[in-house]
Design a protein around this ligand. Structure first.
Ligand code: AMP
Ligand code: ZN
Length: 505
Protein backbone atom coordinates (compact mmCIF):
# COMPACT_ATOMS: atom_id res chain seq x y z
CA UNK A 1 0.00 0.00 0.00
CA UNK A 2 2.87 2.36 0.77
CA UNK A 3 3.91 3.76 -2.58
CA UNK A 4 7.42 4.35 -3.90
CA UNK A 5 8.74 7.80 -3.19
CA UNK A 6 9.19 10.51 -5.80
CA UNK A 7 10.88 13.78 -4.87
CA UNK A 8 11.47 17.07 -6.63
CA UNK A 9 15.23 17.38 -6.94
CA UNK A 10 16.37 20.96 -7.50
CA UNK A 11 19.60 19.61 -9.03
CA UNK A 12 17.58 18.04 -11.84
CA UNK A 13 14.85 20.68 -11.69
CA UNK A 14 12.26 17.95 -11.77
CA UNK A 15 10.80 14.97 -9.98
CA UNK A 16 12.55 11.65 -9.81
CA UNK A 17 12.25 8.41 -7.94
CA UNK A 18 14.11 8.50 -4.66
CA UNK A 19 16.82 5.90 -4.13
CA UNK A 20 18.88 6.03 -0.95
CA UNK A 21 22.62 5.65 -1.11
CA UNK A 22 22.53 2.82 1.42
CA UNK A 23 19.50 0.55 1.51
CA UNK A 24 17.18 1.41 4.39
CA UNK A 25 19.08 4.50 5.56
CA UNK A 26 18.82 8.18 4.79
CA UNK A 27 21.11 11.09 5.61
CA UNK A 28 19.15 14.34 5.71
CA UNK A 29 20.71 17.78 6.19
CA UNK A 30 18.66 20.95 6.57
CA UNK A 31 20.08 24.47 6.89
CA UNK A 32 19.09 25.65 10.35
CA UNK A 33 18.37 29.13 11.67
CA UNK A 34 20.73 32.06 12.02
CA UNK A 35 20.28 32.72 15.73
CA UNK A 36 20.37 36.48 15.99
CA UNK A 37 16.67 37.22 16.45
CA UNK A 38 13.39 35.48 17.24
CA UNK A 39 12.35 32.83 14.79
CA UNK A 40 9.54 34.03 12.51
CA UNK A 41 6.73 32.09 10.92
CA UNK A 42 8.51 31.82 7.59
CA UNK A 43 11.27 29.88 9.32
CA UNK A 44 8.64 27.81 11.12
CA UNK A 45 7.07 26.92 7.78
CA UNK A 46 10.34 25.64 6.36
CA UNK A 47 11.25 23.63 9.47
CA UNK A 48 7.73 22.24 9.73
CA UNK A 49 7.86 21.14 6.09
CA UNK A 50 11.10 19.28 6.75
CA UNK A 51 9.68 17.87 9.98
CA UNK A 52 6.86 16.27 8.01
CA UNK A 53 9.36 15.03 5.41
CA UNK A 54 11.52 13.55 8.20
CA UNK A 55 8.49 11.91 9.81
CA UNK A 56 7.30 10.48 6.50
CA UNK A 57 10.71 9.03 5.66
CA UNK A 58 10.70 7.27 9.03
CA UNK A 59 7.13 6.10 8.38
CA UNK A 60 8.33 4.54 5.12
CA UNK A 61 10.71 2.49 7.25
CA UNK A 62 13.98 4.35 6.73
CA UNK A 63 16.45 4.88 9.52
CA UNK A 64 17.04 8.60 9.13
CA UNK A 65 19.93 10.66 10.46
CA UNK A 66 18.60 14.19 10.48
CA UNK A 67 21.20 16.94 10.85
CA UNK A 68 20.03 20.54 11.24
CA UNK A 69 22.66 23.12 12.07
CA UNK A 70 22.64 26.32 14.07
CA UNK A 71 24.31 29.24 12.28
CA UNK A 72 25.99 31.15 15.09
CA UNK A 73 28.77 32.79 13.11
CA UNK A 74 29.68 33.74 9.58
CA UNK A 75 26.31 34.90 8.25
CA UNK A 76 26.79 38.54 7.48
CA UNK A 77 24.38 41.42 7.33
CA UNK A 78 23.38 41.67 3.68
CA UNK A 79 25.06 38.28 3.10
CA UNK A 80 28.02 39.91 1.43
CA UNK A 81 31.50 38.56 1.88
CA UNK A 82 32.91 41.94 2.66
CA UNK A 83 35.34 42.25 5.50
CA UNK A 84 33.48 45.42 6.49
CA UNK A 85 30.18 43.60 6.69
CA UNK A 86 29.16 42.80 10.21
CA UNK A 87 28.26 39.38 11.47
CA UNK A 88 24.50 39.26 12.14
CA UNK A 89 25.12 37.82 15.58
CA UNK A 90 27.88 40.21 16.49
CA UNK A 91 25.70 43.14 15.45
CA UNK A 92 22.85 41.93 17.65
CA UNK A 93 25.30 41.36 20.52
CA UNK A 94 26.40 44.97 20.23
CA UNK A 95 22.80 46.21 20.13
CA UNK A 96 21.69 44.09 23.10
CA UNK A 97 24.98 44.54 24.96
CA UNK A 98 25.46 40.81 25.27
CA UNK A 99 28.25 38.41 24.52
CA UNK A 100 27.82 36.97 20.98
CA UNK A 101 27.45 33.52 22.54
CA UNK A 102 24.72 34.88 24.80
CA UNK A 103 22.85 36.09 21.74
CA UNK A 104 23.27 32.71 20.08
CA UNK A 105 22.07 30.87 23.19
CA UNK A 106 19.12 33.17 23.75
CA UNK A 107 17.74 32.77 20.24
CA UNK A 108 18.63 29.08 20.05
CA UNK A 109 16.52 28.54 23.17
CA UNK A 110 13.69 30.54 21.62
CA UNK A 111 13.97 28.52 18.42
CA UNK A 112 13.80 25.23 20.35
CA UNK A 113 10.76 26.44 22.30
CA UNK A 114 9.02 27.31 19.05
CA UNK A 115 9.87 23.95 17.49
CA UNK A 116 8.32 22.22 20.53
CA UNK A 117 5.21 24.40 20.42
CA UNK A 118 4.68 23.44 16.77
CA UNK A 119 5.45 19.81 17.62
CA UNK A 120 8.49 19.54 15.36
CA UNK A 121 10.74 16.64 16.30
CA UNK A 122 14.32 17.47 17.32
CA UNK A 123 16.95 16.50 14.74
CA UNK A 124 19.37 13.62 15.41
CA UNK A 125 22.31 16.04 15.47
CA UNK A 126 22.24 19.82 15.82
CA UNK A 127 25.77 21.05 15.16
CA UNK A 128 26.78 24.68 15.62
CA UNK A 129 29.07 26.55 13.24
CA UNK A 130 31.25 27.78 16.11
CA UNK A 131 31.64 24.19 17.34
CA UNK A 132 33.09 23.15 13.98
CA UNK A 133 35.81 25.68 13.24
CA UNK A 134 38.59 23.04 12.88
CA UNK A 135 36.49 21.12 10.33
CA UNK A 136 35.91 24.33 8.37
CA UNK A 137 39.59 25.26 8.46
CA UNK A 138 40.38 21.76 7.18
CA UNK A 139 37.92 22.19 4.34
CA UNK A 140 39.45 25.54 3.36
CA UNK A 141 42.82 23.78 3.38
CA UNK A 142 41.52 20.95 1.18
CA UNK A 143 40.11 23.41 -1.34
CA UNK A 144 43.43 25.28 -1.34
CA UNK A 145 45.38 22.03 -1.74
CA UNK A 146 43.24 21.07 -4.71
CA UNK A 147 43.94 24.42 -6.32
CA UNK A 148 40.44 25.89 -6.23
CA UNK A 149 41.13 28.69 -3.79
CA UNK A 150 43.86 31.22 -3.11
CA UNK A 151 44.96 33.30 -0.19
CA UNK A 152 44.96 37.05 -0.40
CA UNK A 153 45.85 39.33 2.47
CA UNK A 154 44.86 36.77 5.12
CA UNK A 155 41.52 35.89 3.51
CA UNK A 156 40.92 32.85 1.34
CA UNK A 157 38.80 33.11 -1.79
CA UNK A 158 37.14 30.42 -3.85
CA UNK A 159 38.51 30.54 -7.38
CA UNK A 160 35.24 30.46 -9.31
CA UNK A 161 36.58 30.80 -12.90
CA UNK A 162 39.13 28.02 -12.33
CA UNK A 163 36.48 25.78 -10.80
CA UNK A 164 34.15 26.34 -13.74
CA UNK A 165 36.94 25.86 -16.29
CA UNK A 166 37.99 22.54 -14.78
CA UNK A 167 34.78 21.15 -13.32
CA UNK A 168 32.47 22.63 -15.88
CA UNK A 169 29.45 23.50 -13.81
CA UNK A 170 28.09 26.14 -11.55
CA UNK A 171 24.45 27.06 -11.04
CA UNK A 172 22.81 23.62 -11.41
CA UNK A 173 20.42 24.24 -8.51
CA UNK A 174 19.31 27.78 -9.16
CA UNK A 175 19.90 28.13 -12.86
CA UNK A 176 21.78 31.30 -11.99
CA UNK A 177 24.98 32.06 -13.78
CA UNK A 178 28.29 33.22 -12.51
CA UNK A 179 27.52 36.78 -13.67
CA UNK A 180 24.83 36.83 -10.97
CA UNK A 181 27.48 36.04 -8.42
CA UNK A 182 29.43 39.02 -9.67
CA UNK A 183 26.50 41.38 -9.30
CA UNK A 184 25.71 39.95 -5.84
CA UNK A 185 29.17 40.80 -4.64
CA UNK A 186 29.81 43.97 -6.62
CA UNK A 187 28.87 46.24 -3.72
CA UNK A 188 31.66 45.05 -1.46
CA UNK A 189 34.26 47.24 -2.97
CA UNK A 190 36.83 46.85 -0.27
CA UNK A 191 37.79 43.25 -0.82
CA UNK A 192 37.23 43.28 -4.57
CA UNK A 193 40.86 44.30 -4.79
CA UNK A 194 41.88 41.13 -2.93
CA UNK A 195 40.04 38.93 -5.39
CA UNK A 196 41.31 37.68 -8.71
CA UNK A 197 37.83 37.72 -10.19
CA UNK A 198 34.70 39.52 -8.96
CA UNK A 199 32.72 36.25 -8.77
CA UNK A 200 35.16 34.69 -6.29
CA UNK A 201 33.72 34.38 -2.81
CA UNK A 202 35.39 34.29 0.57
CA UNK A 203 35.67 30.95 2.36
CA UNK A 204 37.85 32.36 5.14
CA UNK A 205 37.78 36.00 6.15
CA UNK A 206 40.46 37.89 7.95
CA UNK A 207 38.81 39.64 10.88
CA UNK A 208 38.98 43.39 11.24
CA UNK A 209 40.31 44.56 14.61
CA UNK A 210 36.81 45.27 15.93
CA UNK A 211 35.38 41.95 14.79
CA UNK A 212 34.07 40.14 17.87
CA UNK A 213 34.11 36.53 16.71
CA UNK A 214 37.41 35.24 15.39
CA UNK A 215 39.67 32.20 15.43
CA UNK A 216 43.28 31.38 14.73
CA UNK A 217 43.91 29.82 11.32
CA UNK A 218 46.92 29.24 9.04
CA UNK A 219 45.94 32.35 7.06
CA UNK A 220 44.87 34.90 9.65
CA UNK A 221 42.87 35.43 12.80
CA UNK A 222 39.47 35.38 11.20
CA UNK A 223 36.24 33.50 10.67
CA UNK A 224 34.74 31.11 8.10
CA UNK A 225 32.43 32.11 5.26
CA UNK A 226 28.78 31.28 5.85
CA UNK A 227 28.50 28.81 2.94
CA UNK A 228 31.38 26.78 4.28
CA UNK A 229 29.80 25.70 7.55
CA UNK A 230 27.06 23.68 5.87
CA UNK A 231 29.51 21.95 3.53
CA UNK A 232 31.74 21.05 6.48
CA UNK A 233 29.04 19.91 8.89
CA UNK A 234 26.85 18.01 6.43
CA UNK A 235 29.76 15.93 5.15
CA UNK A 236 31.21 15.41 8.62
CA UNK A 237 28.03 13.74 9.89
CA UNK A 238 26.54 12.27 6.74
CA UNK A 239 29.54 11.39 4.59
CA UNK A 240 31.13 13.09 1.60
CA UNK A 241 28.18 12.05 -0.52
CA UNK A 242 24.81 11.80 1.18
CA UNK A 243 21.11 11.62 0.38
CA UNK A 244 19.11 14.79 0.95
CA UNK A 245 19.93 18.44 1.56
CA UNK A 246 17.13 20.88 2.28
CA UNK A 247 16.43 24.52 2.95
CA UNK A 248 14.20 27.39 1.89
CA UNK A 249 14.40 28.27 -1.80
CA UNK A 250 15.84 31.69 -0.92
CA UNK A 251 19.01 29.75 -0.04
CA UNK A 252 19.42 28.22 -3.50
CA UNK A 253 21.61 31.07 -4.56
CA UNK A 254 24.31 31.76 -3.61
CA UNK A 255 24.36 29.61 -0.43
CA UNK A 256 23.58 26.21 -1.90
CA UNK A 257 25.33 26.75 -5.21
CA UNK A 258 28.44 27.64 -3.30
CA UNK A 259 28.03 24.62 -1.04
CA UNK A 260 27.94 22.33 -4.07
CA UNK A 261 31.02 24.02 -5.52
CA UNK A 262 32.91 23.79 -2.21
CA UNK A 263 32.12 20.08 -1.78
CA UNK A 264 33.24 19.32 -5.27
CA UNK A 265 36.40 21.42 -4.93
CA UNK A 266 37.31 19.94 -1.52
CA UNK A 267 36.97 16.25 -2.27
CA UNK A 268 35.77 15.89 -5.82
CA UNK A 269 32.55 14.47 -4.45
CA UNK A 270 29.00 15.35 -5.18
CA UNK A 271 27.70 16.21 -1.67
CA UNK A 272 23.94 15.78 -1.53
CA UNK A 273 22.25 13.75 -4.26
CA UNK A 274 18.81 15.27 -3.80
CA UNK A 275 18.24 18.94 -3.04
CA UNK A 276 14.80 19.80 -1.68
CA UNK A 277 13.65 23.41 -1.42
CA UNK A 278 10.64 24.78 0.38
CA UNK A 279 8.78 27.77 -0.93
CA UNK A 280 8.29 31.01 0.95
CA UNK A 281 5.66 32.02 3.43
CA UNK A 282 4.24 35.34 2.32
CA UNK A 283 2.35 38.02 4.12
CA UNK A 284 0.33 40.43 2.04
CA UNK A 285 1.84 38.82 -1.02
CA UNK A 286 5.43 39.55 -0.02
CA UNK A 287 8.10 37.24 1.44
CA UNK A 288 8.00 37.21 5.21
CA UNK A 289 11.43 38.36 6.16
CA UNK A 290 13.31 39.38 9.27
CA UNK A 291 15.54 41.78 7.40
CA UNK A 292 12.75 43.95 5.93
CA UNK A 293 10.36 43.77 8.88
CA UNK A 294 7.51 42.08 7.00
CA UNK A 295 6.83 39.53 9.73
CA UNK A 296 4.26 38.37 12.18
CA UNK A 297 5.60 36.58 15.21
CA UNK A 298 4.14 33.27 16.32
CA UNK A 299 3.20 34.93 19.64
CA UNK A 300 1.19 37.60 17.82
CA UNK A 301 -0.55 34.88 15.88
CA UNK A 302 -1.37 32.92 19.05
CA UNK A 303 -2.67 35.99 20.89
CA UNK A 304 -4.32 37.71 17.94
CA UNK A 305 -2.44 40.91 18.72
CA UNK A 306 -1.63 41.99 15.21
CA UNK A 307 -3.43 44.30 12.79
CA UNK A 308 -3.29 41.52 10.20
CA UNK A 309 -5.63 39.12 12.03
CA UNK A 310 -8.95 39.32 13.85
CA UNK A 311 -8.28 36.66 16.47
CA UNK A 312 -5.65 34.32 17.87
CA UNK A 313 -4.92 30.88 16.40
CA UNK A 314 -3.58 27.79 18.10
CA UNK A 315 -0.25 26.23 17.08
CA UNK A 316 -1.96 23.14 15.67
CA UNK A 317 -4.42 25.19 13.60
CA UNK A 318 -1.40 27.04 12.19
CA UNK A 319 0.44 23.79 11.55
CA UNK A 320 -2.60 22.49 9.71
CA UNK A 321 -2.76 25.76 7.75
CA UNK A 322 0.81 25.17 6.62
CA UNK A 323 0.18 21.53 5.70
CA UNK A 324 -2.75 22.52 3.52
CA UNK A 325 -0.25 23.88 1.03
CA UNK A 326 2.37 21.78 -0.73
CA UNK A 327 5.85 22.65 0.51
CA UNK A 328 6.90 23.85 -2.96
CA UNK A 329 4.02 26.32 -3.27
CA UNK A 330 4.05 29.75 -1.75
CA UNK A 331 1.65 30.24 1.14
CA UNK A 332 0.15 33.63 1.89
CA UNK A 333 -0.96 34.26 5.47
CA UNK A 334 -4.45 35.69 5.58
CA UNK A 335 -6.99 35.85 8.34
CA UNK A 336 -9.61 34.09 6.20
CA UNK A 337 -7.15 31.31 5.35
CA UNK A 338 -6.34 30.78 9.01
CA UNK A 339 -10.00 30.70 9.97
CA UNK A 340 -10.80 28.06 7.42
CA UNK A 341 -7.71 26.06 8.46
CA UNK A 342 -8.89 26.17 12.06
CA UNK A 343 -12.23 24.69 10.99
CA UNK A 344 -10.50 22.09 8.84
CA UNK A 345 -8.19 21.08 11.69
CA UNK A 346 -11.12 20.65 14.07
CA UNK A 347 -13.09 18.67 11.51
CA UNK A 348 -10.19 16.32 10.87
CA UNK A 349 -9.58 15.74 14.59
CA UNK A 350 -13.26 15.17 15.16
CA UNK A 351 -13.51 12.73 12.25
CA UNK A 352 -10.62 10.79 13.73
CA UNK A 353 -12.13 10.78 17.22
CA UNK A 354 -15.40 9.46 15.80
CA UNK A 355 -13.62 6.89 13.64
CA UNK A 356 -11.55 5.47 16.46
CA UNK A 357 -14.70 5.02 18.56
CA UNK A 358 -16.84 3.45 15.87
CA UNK A 359 -17.29 -0.25 16.24
CA UNK A 360 -17.61 -2.56 13.33
CA UNK A 361 -20.37 -4.84 14.41
CA UNK A 362 -22.86 -6.87 12.52
CA UNK A 363 -22.50 -8.67 9.27
CA UNK A 364 -20.62 -7.39 6.32
CA UNK A 365 -22.95 -6.05 3.65
CA UNK A 366 -20.38 -4.53 1.42
CA UNK A 367 -21.54 -2.14 -1.27
CA UNK A 368 -18.96 -2.40 -3.97
CA UNK A 369 -19.03 1.28 -4.97
CA UNK A 370 -18.48 2.45 -1.38
CA UNK A 371 -15.80 -0.12 -0.67
CA UNK A 372 -13.99 0.91 -3.85
CA UNK A 373 -14.30 4.62 -3.09
CA UNK A 374 -12.92 4.26 0.44
CA UNK A 375 -10.09 1.98 -0.67
CA UNK A 376 -9.16 4.39 -3.44
CA UNK A 377 -9.07 7.30 -1.04
CA UNK A 378 -6.85 5.35 1.36
CA UNK A 379 -4.49 4.50 -1.48
CA UNK A 380 -4.70 8.13 -2.58
CA UNK A 381 -3.44 9.23 0.83
CA UNK A 382 -0.31 7.10 0.45
CA UNK A 383 0.18 8.06 -3.18
CA UNK A 384 -0.14 11.79 -2.53
CA UNK A 385 2.38 11.76 0.30
CA UNK A 386 4.77 9.68 -1.77
CA UNK A 387 4.38 12.13 -4.63
CA UNK A 388 6.93 14.62 -3.36
CA UNK A 389 5.28 14.86 0.10
CA UNK A 390 2.11 16.47 -1.20
CA UNK A 391 0.41 17.19 2.12
CA UNK A 392 -2.20 19.38 0.38
CA UNK A 393 -3.55 16.48 -1.67
CA UNK A 394 -3.22 14.07 1.23
CA UNK A 395 -5.38 16.27 3.43
CA UNK A 396 -7.95 16.63 0.64
CA UNK A 397 -8.18 12.82 0.50
CA UNK A 398 -8.62 12.62 4.24
CA UNK A 399 -11.39 15.18 4.08
CA UNK A 400 -13.22 13.04 1.49
CA UNK A 401 -13.00 10.16 3.90
CA UNK A 402 -14.13 12.34 6.82
CA UNK A 403 -17.44 12.84 5.02
CA UNK A 404 -17.85 9.05 4.99
CA UNK A 405 -16.96 8.85 8.66
CA UNK A 406 -19.59 11.42 9.66
CA UNK A 407 -22.19 9.55 7.60
CA UNK A 408 -21.33 6.38 9.51
CA UNK A 409 -21.62 8.25 12.77
CA UNK A 410 -24.96 9.81 11.94
CA UNK A 411 -26.15 6.47 10.62
CA UNK A 412 -26.87 7.99 7.24
CA UNK A 413 -24.82 5.11 5.95
CA UNK A 414 -24.28 1.72 7.51
CA UNK A 415 -20.69 1.03 8.34
CA UNK A 416 -21.22 -2.38 6.81
CA UNK A 417 -21.03 -0.90 3.30
CA UNK A 418 -17.29 -1.31 3.66
CA UNK A 419 -15.55 -4.50 4.70
CA UNK A 420 -14.09 -4.99 8.16
CA UNK A 421 -10.51 -4.97 6.84
CA UNK A 422 -11.13 -1.72 4.98
CA UNK A 423 -12.65 -0.20 8.10
CA UNK A 424 -9.56 -1.22 10.11
CA UNK A 425 -7.28 0.19 7.44
CA UNK A 426 -9.19 3.44 7.64
CA UNK A 427 -8.67 3.65 11.40
CA UNK A 428 -4.96 2.97 11.07
CA UNK A 429 -4.35 5.39 8.20
CA UNK A 430 -6.08 8.26 10.03
CA UNK A 431 -4.21 7.67 13.25
CA UNK A 432 -0.82 7.32 11.58
CA UNK A 433 -1.16 10.24 9.21
CA UNK A 434 -2.62 12.70 11.71
CA UNK A 435 -0.27 12.01 14.59
CA UNK A 436 2.87 10.33 13.27
CA UNK A 437 3.24 12.01 9.88
CA UNK A 438 1.48 15.36 10.08
CA UNK A 439 2.60 15.71 13.71
CA UNK A 440 -0.75 17.17 14.75
CA UNK A 441 -1.83 17.04 18.36
CA UNK A 442 -5.32 16.98 19.75
CA UNK A 443 -5.19 20.34 21.49
CA UNK A 444 -8.62 20.32 23.02
CA UNK A 445 -8.30 16.82 24.41
CA UNK A 446 -4.85 17.63 25.75
CA UNK A 447 -6.09 20.80 27.38
CA UNK A 448 -8.71 18.68 29.15
CA UNK A 449 -6.00 16.33 30.34
CA UNK A 450 -6.08 17.99 33.74
CA UNK A 451 -2.78 19.85 33.88
CA UNK A 452 -3.86 23.05 32.25
CA UNK A 453 -4.35 25.45 35.12
CA UNK A 454 -5.83 28.22 33.03
CA UNK A 455 -8.44 25.97 31.49
CA UNK A 456 -9.25 24.40 34.86
CA UNK A 457 -9.68 27.86 36.37
CA UNK A 458 -11.89 29.03 33.51
CA UNK A 459 -14.02 25.92 33.64
CA UNK A 460 -14.44 26.35 37.40
CA UNK A 461 -15.69 29.88 36.76
CA UNK A 462 -18.09 28.79 34.01
CA UNK A 463 -19.49 26.00 36.18
CA UNK A 464 -20.03 28.45 39.08
CA UNK A 465 -21.84 30.85 36.77
CA UNK A 466 -24.08 28.06 35.55
CA UNK A 467 -24.83 26.94 39.12
CA UNK A 468 -25.78 30.50 40.12
CA UNK A 469 -28.01 30.79 37.06
CA UNK A 470 -29.72 27.54 38.02
CA UNK A 471 -30.10 28.64 41.64
CA UNK A 472 -31.80 31.79 40.31
CA UNK A 473 -33.96 29.68 38.02
CA UNK A 474 -32.38 31.47 35.06
CA UNK A 475 -32.75 28.41 32.84
CA UNK A 476 -31.99 30.35 29.66
CA UNK A 477 -28.47 31.24 30.83
CA UNK A 478 -27.83 27.81 32.32
CA UNK A 479 -28.83 26.05 29.11
CA UNK A 480 -26.88 28.48 26.97
CA UNK A 481 -23.71 27.71 28.94
CA UNK A 482 -24.23 23.96 28.64
CA UNK A 483 -25.06 24.10 24.91
CA UNK A 484 -22.12 26.34 24.07
CA UNK A 485 -19.77 24.01 25.91
CA UNK A 486 -21.31 21.09 24.09
CA UNK A 487 -20.50 22.73 20.78
CA UNK A 488 -16.91 22.92 21.97
CA UNK A 489 -17.08 19.19 22.80
CA UNK A 490 -16.96 19.86 26.52
CA UNK A 491 -19.42 17.76 28.50
CA UNK A 492 -20.74 18.76 31.91
CA UNK A 493 -21.81 16.06 34.34
CA UNK A 494 -23.88 16.92 37.37
CA UNK A 495 -23.26 14.52 40.24
CA UNK A 496 -23.51 14.31 44.02
CA UNK A 497 -20.03 15.78 44.34
CA UNK A 498 -20.95 18.76 42.17
CA UNK A 499 -20.44 19.37 38.46
CA UNK A 500 -17.48 17.92 36.61
CA UNK A 501 -16.38 18.39 33.03
CA UNK A 502 -14.64 16.37 30.39
CA UNK A 503 -13.68 16.70 26.77
CA UNK A 504 -15.56 14.47 24.39
CA UNK A 505 -12.90 12.91 22.16
P1 AMP B 1 17.46 32.08 8.45
O1 AMP B 1 17.35 32.02 9.95
O2 AMP B 1 17.07 33.40 7.89
O3 AMP B 1 18.82 31.63 7.98
O4 AMP B 1 16.40 31.06 7.86
C1 AMP B 1 16.23 29.75 8.31
C2 AMP B 1 15.42 28.95 7.30
O5 AMP B 1 14.14 29.56 7.11
C3 AMP B 1 16.06 28.90 5.91
O6 AMP B 1 15.91 27.59 5.38
C4 AMP B 1 15.28 29.90 5.11
O7 AMP B 1 15.26 29.57 3.75
C5 AMP B 1 13.90 29.74 5.71
N1 AMP B 1 13.07 30.93 5.52
C6 AMP B 1 13.38 32.23 5.72
N2 AMP B 1 12.35 33.05 5.41
C7 AMP B 1 11.33 32.23 5.01
C8 AMP B 1 9.98 32.44 4.56
N3 AMP B 1 9.44 33.65 4.48
N4 AMP B 1 9.23 31.36 4.24
C9 AMP B 1 9.74 30.11 4.34
N5 AMP B 1 10.99 29.85 4.76
C10 AMP B 1 11.78 30.88 5.09
ZN1 ZN C 1 23.23 26.07 4.96
Amino acid sequence: MKSSLTVHNSLKRGKEEFQPLVEGRIGLYVCGPTVYSDVHLGNVRTFTSFDVIYRYLMYLGYKVRYVRNITDVGHLVGDVDDTDAEDKLAKQARLEQLEPMEVAQKYTNGFHDMMRIFNNLPPSIEPTATGHIPEQIQMVQDILDNGYAYESNGSVYFDTPKFIAEKGSYGKISGRIVEDLISETRDNLKNQSEKRHPSDFAIWMKAADNHLMHWQSPWSVGFPGWHLECSAMSTKYLGKTFDIHGGGNDLKFPHHENEVAQNSAACNCEGARYWLHTNMLLMNGRKMSKSDGNTITPQQLFSGESPHITKGYSPMAIRYFMLQAHYRSTLDITDAGLQSAEKGYRKLMEANAVLQKLEYSGKEAVVEADEKAVLESIQGIHDSMSDDFNTAKTIARMMELSSYIFKFKNQQLSINVISKTTFEQLQVVFKEFIYDIFGLKDELAEAGGGNNEVLDGLMGLVIDMRNSARANKDWGTADKIRDTLKELKIQLKDGKEGTSWSVDK
